[in-house]
Design a protein around this ligand. Sequence first.
Ligand SMILES: Cc1cc2nc3c(=O)[nH]c(=O)nc-3n(C[C@H](O)[C@H](O)[C@H](O)COP(=O)(O)O)c2cc1C
Length: 194
Amino acid sequence: MSHEHEPHQFSVMDVLEQRWSPRAFDRDEVLDENRLGPAFEAARWSPSSGNSQPWTFMVGFRGDDVFQTIVGTMASGNQVWAEHAGAVVANIASVVDAEGNPQSHAVYDLGQAVAHFSVQATAEGLMVHQMGGFDAQTLGRELELDSSQRVVTLMAIGSMGDPAELPEKLQLREAQPRSRKSLSEIVRGSAHYA
Ligand SMILES: Cc1cc2nc3c(=O)[nH]c(=O)nc-3n(C[C@H](O)[C@H](O)[C@H](O)COP(=O)(O)O)c2cc1C
């Protein structure tokens, strides 16, 4: 299901057009490793600095302990909808390598892996909503990460649900058209766009 948005200036692949970040997830859907497999495979094969692959994905399925731990560290405004997703994932960057050197591109690489994940997930009929609103320090402690690892973002994953099940304020946000800066604002130099 795509979402109303401003017209594209150029057409893009269907999955990119269809991807957006919903809050209404199917509350009954049960996800498992097979359902998420293609998206994790896409993340696995994304490029990274020196092929360092500085990412780990901590997965919880709705109802299990990992799920509860991750949801428990979310900002309340995220918890209220994300607790109904089929899965939540903590996206973890290894910011220090095995020799103790900083991996300065780790967060960038993780973000790119998550982007590939979300595009593949969309192709599989799943929606992905990324979050920065959570307590990263507490989650890192509860997941027993060492100091070389940092939880950068979370994802809620699942099929689209019924927006009518959301609190009224979120129903309104869910219906808002999506918008973006124009190409002329974000692309500079010798390339000129309207
Ligand atoms: C790093 C990052 C952090 C985000 N944090 C939150 C968040 O805490 N809560 C939320 O509802 N959405 C969050 N989002 C989703 C963005 O608000 C959303 O991607 C943006 O508004 C564009 O909308 P779209 O994904 O539907 O195109 C986050 C997205 C990213 C990439």
